[in-house]
Design a protein around this ligand. Structure first.
Ligand code: AGP
Length: 345
């Protein structure tokens, strides 16, 4: 069995374990956030972890009405300066906790008196040590170069933090149902194996999302590029209409993440336009109306609240990328030219 296949399969249990074990640390961090009363949030991350940061932008922006910016680590490292962060909640997200630029954002922020929190898979990492508070993903080692279980765990940690901060029984109850929803999504995603051959020779693609699932579009795009060596981009549905839509010609593969919720109407309209142009639409959703518009539907559980769908909706994308890379004969656990840990400055 491939490492990535095992790591994808581990996700329900990892999320269950995370929600259980990190509850008291999430409570301590939530208390510190309330006491500090930050004016904004500033999140440092790279690669897949940066996509988890995009999720946090929407989750904290919508539920905590927090202005959330993605950090610009080069400002701190290459340009040797630091924005004014003293009234900020500075969050760093990293599987390894080793990237120097992400660490530098946290050390600069802490020096200024900001509230610093990290989310990593290694409590002994430089990043975990540099921040005042640390949420431990504790997924066990992730051997495959492509991050899968640590990504969904990062999203789970962000969701746990927000839920604890809001202290809402309704949000807590929804979060408790997440491991089962992920398990169901894994079962649904087994069908991808039966039709993946159709995409063996694609040379380009786009992934489209909006709102909470903007992150999902970026993360699936990263997985396909990294594992399958195919050129493609993640876009917001809104941005894609502002020019890139001209790319669409008959057969153009477009993976659209369109769950039930606030984004469904605009994404349904978008899918109708894709179909008018005879694009090849692959749709990740739990909404019958949009799944109906797909050449290839990829199902996530019905009834999931929209804010939690990114933690399930990425899974068909992970499986799609893994199966396509296998179909193409690539070394799926060790893509060419990459290391598990990339340290940037
Ligand atoms: C993930 O599939 C990639 N291999 C890569 O983008 C990775 O997420 C990135 O290097 C970030 O690493 P970190 O989370 O350990 O900081």
């Amino acid at each position: 069995m491939l490492h990535i296949e095992r790591e994808i399969a581990e996700q329900p249990e990892i999320i269950r374990h995370l929600l259980d074990r990190e509850r008291s640390m999430a409570q301590r961090i939530a208390n510190a956030i309330r006491k500090f009363n930050p004016n904004f949030m500033y999140i440092a991350a790279r690669g897949t972890s940066d996509n988890a940061a995009r999720y946090a932008q929407y989750l904290f922006g919508i539920h905590a009405r927090m202005p959330v910016a993605l950090a610009t680590p080069s400002v701190h490292t290459l340009y040797e300066t630091s924005p004014h962060l003293s009234r900020g909640l500075v969050l760093a997200i990293s599987q390894s906790g080793k990237s120097e630029d992400v660490c530098r954002v946290v050390t600069d922020a802490r020096e200024q008196g900001a509230l610093t929190v990290s989310i990593t898979n290694d409590p002994n990492s430089p990043l975990a040590q540099a921040s005042e508070f640390h949420l431990n993903l504790d997924t066990g080692p992730e051997i495959s170069v492509a991050a899968t279980k640590t990504y969904t765990a990062q999203l789970g940690a962000v969701a746990l933090l927000l839920t604890t901060l809001k202290d809402s029984a309704e949000l807590h109850a929804s979060l408790a149902g997440l491991p089962d929803a992920i398990r169901e999504t894994l079962i649904e995603s087994e069908a991808i194996h039966n039709w993946i051959e159709r995409y063996r020779y694609i040379e380009r693609f786009v992934t489209i999302g909006r709102g909470y699932n903007y992150c999902t579009a970026f993360e699936i795009s990263l997985k396909i590029k990294e594992l399958c060596y195919i050129v493609g981009e993640g876009y917001s549905e809104a941005d894609f209409r502002h020019g890139p839509f001209a790319l669409i010609d008959p057969g153009f593969p477009a993976i659209v993440v369109a769950p039930a919720g606030k984004t469904q109407p605009v994404l349904k309209d978008f899918l109708e336009k894709l179909n008018e142009r005879q694009a090849e639409s692959l749709v990740i959703s739990n909404d019958a109306d949009v799944l109906h518009l797909a050449r290839k539907p990829m199902r996530i559980p019905v009834g999931m609240p929209e804010w939690l769908t990114p933690i399930a909706a990425v899974i068909p994308g992970q499986v799609f990328a893994m199966r396509l890379a296998t179909e193409k004969g690539h070394n799926v656990d060790q893509p060419r030219g990459l290391n598990k840990v990339t340290v940037t400055r």
